[in-house]
Structure formats: C-alpha cells, structure tokens
Design a protein around this ligand. Structure first.
Ligand SMILES: C[S@@+](CC[C@H](N)C(=O)[O-])C[C@H]1O[C@@H](n2cnc3c(N)ncnc32)[C@H](O)[C@@H]1O
Length: 292
C-alpha cells in the first residue's frame, strides 16, 4: 500500500464534501425517506406512550437531513409532547450544516436541540464518568457504525440506555450490497486504521445474535451512480472514489494497479448494473430495529 494513502475521515472538509457527492449521486436518502414514510410510524408507535417529553439521541447525525425526517414523524405521532433531540457528531463541519438546516426549517417548535462535538465512544465515556443513567426513548445510528471501534460494546452500552418501550434504529449497508463485496476483497489493501471498519448488516446481525439482543431487519434497494469514476480527472468521480474506498485523494495516491483492479471489478454485475449508459453501484441498505 502506498504510504501516502490515508483515511478519508482524517480530513473533515474532504469527508463532508465526498459524502455530499455520494448523496447527490445515489438514492441513499430517498431510500431512507421511503423507510421513514412507510415503516417508521409503526416502529415509533409506542415509544412515547403518554410521556410529556420524548428524548431522542442521534449518533453520527451528519448534516441532519435524516434526523429531521425522524423528528417530523415523532412530532406527528406525539403532537403535544416536548421533544429533546441530542446529537453526538465528531465532525464540526457536519454540525455547522446541521445547525443551518435547523435554522431554515419551519415547524420545529417544541423540539429542543443540543449538539455534542464528540464520538459515540467519547459520549459513552463521559456518561460513565458522570455515572449518568439518563434514558432515551429513541436512539439512532444511521450509517455510522463503520467508524466505531468496538461495535458490540457500543451496542450493549446504548441498549442499556433505552427507556421502557424505547427502540434503536440502525441503518447500515446491506450484506448483499456492492460495499460488502468491495470491502471484503480490497479492505486489506486500503488504508488501515481504527477509524473505519468495513462492516455490513451481515456482520451486525451476527454481533446482535451473540449479544442476545433481539432485532427486526428490513432491506431496501438503493444505487449509487459511479459513471463519473470512469472518466480520468473528473472531480466528481474523484470525490466518489474517495467515498467508495474511504481513502483521501484515492485517485492520486493509490497504487495504479490497485485502482485499475477495482475499476475493472466495479463494472462487473456483482458490484453494479449498467443502465441507460450509467454504471449503478449496488448500495442496498439494511434497517435494523432493536427493542428495549
Ligand atoms: C456516512 S455519515 C452519515 C451521516 C447521517 N447519519 C446520514 O445518514 O446522512 C457518517 C457520520 O458519522 C460521523 N462519525 C464518524 N465517526 C463517528 C463516531 N465515532 N461516533 C459518532 N459519529 C461518528 C461522521 O462525522 C459522519 O457525519
């Protein structure tokens, strides 16, 4: 591996931009939106009961788009309740974007926001030091468990913070997606550090089974348009390459043979489909719901 290859997460600005490009070139958030519209109302039907205050904890909330969708469903279900939404997010740029989104969104009255610029592990340590036994009615971890060092310990800790009838929603790339295959084949040749684990829903269900935690799992189809990745020097393609490989400036720092191999694979049917002149990478998502 070229020593100049480094993890994308080490550059907050580039990470935020490459994630933005991923969102613009995929059906990621549309797929989640469909889940929020069709499945979430049933999932949150009992979390609030007759409580006057509903507490939501967002881990890795990013720029808040999906968090606000969740809040709108909770608000619709519990119109009189006061909602507390706390966000644990280590990337300052994402927090700024989240705050901007909140500032320009209407109908958020009755919702109190708080942001903590830290990782879920730092939050966990802080709670343990304070010996806090604060309970939550809904905790979500949307596309963030890849960046957690000890996933079973994290699941166990946050499961222990659930109030009566509370739930955890985890969204992760599906075991049958192109991501699982890409990471399975090339993960060991990409920058290795403890910041990114190449986990999919298949690994997660094994972990939950070992922990004896019950869950329900829903799978939804999604694609990522990677056509620009095959045009040399294309800026959008370069940022998408970074996101695909979790590597900062992949196209300029990766060994040429590695890039050529991945490029060839990405066009194969186990990774992508070709449609209307586009190459659509399999971005299928799994939604896992855990009860208290
Ligand atoms: C792929 S983005 C997902 C953002 C958002 N949940 C969404 O789906 O739009 C992953 C987010 O997790 C955050 N993150 C990275 N490491 C984390 C950690 N250890 N704890 C909490 N969040 C983390 C990143 O900064 C980033 O905003």
């Amino acid at each position: 591996m070229a020593s100049s290859m480094r993890s994308l997460l080490s550059d907050h600005g580039r990470y935020a931009e490459s994630f933005r490009r991923f969102l613009n070139n995929s059906t990621e958030h549309q797929c989640m939106q469909e889940f929020m519209d069709k499945q979430l109302p049933g999932i949150i039907a009992r979390i609030g009961g007759t409580k006057s205050e509903i507490k939501i904890l967002s881990l890795g909330g990013g720029a808040g788009e999906m968090d606000l969708q969740i809040l709108s469903k909770v608000k619709a279900q519990y119109p009189g309740a006061h909602i507390i939404n706390e966000v644990v997010e280590p990337n300052a740029e994402q927090i700024t974007k989240y705050k901007e989104l909140v500032a320009k969104t209407s109908n958020l009255e009755n919702i109190k926001f708080a942001w903590h610029e830290e990782t879920s592990n730092e939050f966990q340590n802080r709670m343990m030091e304070k010996k806090e036994t604060q309970k939550w009615d809904f905790i979500h971890m949307i596309q963030m468990l890849y960046y957690v060092k000890d996933i079973p310990a994290t699941l166990k800790f946050f499961h222990g913070l659930l109030a009566t009838n509370a739930k955890i929603l985890i969204i992760l790339t599906s075991g049958n997606s192109g991501w699982g295959k890409l990471w399975g084949k090339y993960g060991s040749r990409l920058p290795q550090n403890d910041l990114c684990l190449y986990v999919t829903s298949s690994h997660l269900t094994q972990m939950l089974d070992s922990l004896g935690i019950k869950y329900e799992c829903y799978d939804l189809l999604s694609t990522m348009d990677i056509t620009d990745c095959f045009t040399e020097g294309n800026e959008n393609g370069n940022l998408l390459w970074d996101f695909l490989t979790e590597t900062c400036n992949f196209t300029t720092t990766a060994p040429p043979d590695l890039r050529a191999e991945i490029m060839k694979d990405l066009q194969k049917p186990e990774f992508s489909v070709k449609k209307d002149g586009k190459v659509l990478f399999n971005n299928n998502l799994s939604f896992m719901v855990i009860e208290a």
